[in-house]
Design a protein around this ligand. Structure first.
Ligand code: KIV
Length: 318
């Protein structure tokens, strides 16, 4: 496992990930910018996904549908700069691949060329098998995504559990097999019952990655803001919060606001040295506590409050 020491780092490769079918389990997390990418990479995650969930997490949209190719490429590029170890997957956004296998190959190529991704993910099963096949033939590794496919939110009637009931479960298993046959090197299973996910995992030759799909998958993925407890409002049942960074951010910024208002920030420790030496308070003419005026101050005594002494102390660290 990567230990955060970038001098000894080697990138996780697609053949290595494929070979982890059946274990050791694969960890994947989303990231959308350089700072988060560096942190999750240092933590030793195997794969980072720039999900089109960025539409909801970063842009505040209701769903992922409006996210564009250019936006995906922009975020992928930023994340790529932060990864020394983890494999980078980029999501193909809605309507960048569904129209035809040719469109899918061109969009996948764009995410590799403009976004510096190392593989692409797309939503859909048997209906997308031809598209996956063509992308893989172009030399681009593909991750499939079935179960709850958020780009189909309107067709599905909401962000709902999929694969409940025999027919629905069979469709998911068939979709997974179609993606496997088409050459996908990994399949994400979102919001499906754990027994169905286990059955899928046993039915395909490639690793499955679950999100709301139970422990039977070959790996797991979570959205970084869910994992870190930064999401506000509703969180999906499967989103375990490993920290409460949202509360920590609010508390830290609240303290900053208070210190700015009170003048407690910045102190000399967070300031540069003054341009000209500032006389120490003790070398100055005595300041009247009552009026704040001094013999050398001149002008309106009210404009020379005792606060001046405090500002000088802050500047000089005295
Ligand atoms: O867009 C995304 O973040 C995803 C994950 C939830 C799998 O597709």
């Amino acid at each position: 496992m990567y230990n955060g020491n970038s001098a000894s780092v080697r990138k996780v490769t697609v053949p290595e990930l494929r070979a982890r079918k059946g274990g050791p389990k694969i960890s994947m997390v989303t990231a959308y910018d350089f700072t988060m990418a560096r942190l999750v990479d240092e933590a030793g995650v195997d794969m980072v996904l720039v999900g089109d969930s960025l539409g909801m997490v970063v842009q505040g949209l209701q769903n992922t549908i409006p996210v564009s190719m250019d936006e995906m490429a922009y975020h992928c590029r930023a994340v790529a700069r932060g990864l020394a170890h983890a494999h980078l997957v980029g999501d193909l956004p809605f309507m960048s691949y569904q129209s035809s296998p040719i469109q899918a190959v061109e969009s996948a190529g764009k995410l590799l060329k403009d976004g510096a991704c190392e593989s692409v993910k797309l939503e859909g099963g048997a209906d997308m098998a031809e598209h996956v096949f063509r992308i893989v033939r172009a030399g681009i590794p593909v991750v499939g995504h079935i179960g709850l496919t958020p780009q189909s939110v309107h067709a599905l009637g909401g962000f709902k559990l999929q694969g409940r009931g025999e027919d629905a479960a069979k469709r998911i298993i068939d979709d997974a097999k179609a993606l496997d046959d088409a050459g996908a090197f990994m399949i994400v299973l979102e919001a499906v019952p754990p027994d169905v996910a286990l059955e899928v995992t046993r039915s395909v030759s490639v690793p499955t990655i679950g999100i709301g799909a139970g422990v039977g998958c070959d790996g797991q993925v979570l959205v970084c803001t869910d994992l870190l407890g930064m999401s506000r409002g509703h969180s999906p049942k499967f989103a375990k919060r490993y920290a409460e960074l949202g509360d920590a951010v609010v508390a830290a910024v609240r303290e900053y606001v208070d210190e700015v208002q009170s003048g407690a920030f910045p102190t000399a420790a967070h300031s540069f040295k003054p341009n000209v030496p500032v006389p120490r308070e003790s070398t100055r003419a005595p300041v009247s506590e009552a009026t704040g005026s001094s013999e050398e101050a001149g002008g309106d005594p009210a404009m020379r409050p005792a606060q001046e002494g405090r500002i000088l102390r802050l500047l000089t660290g005295g």
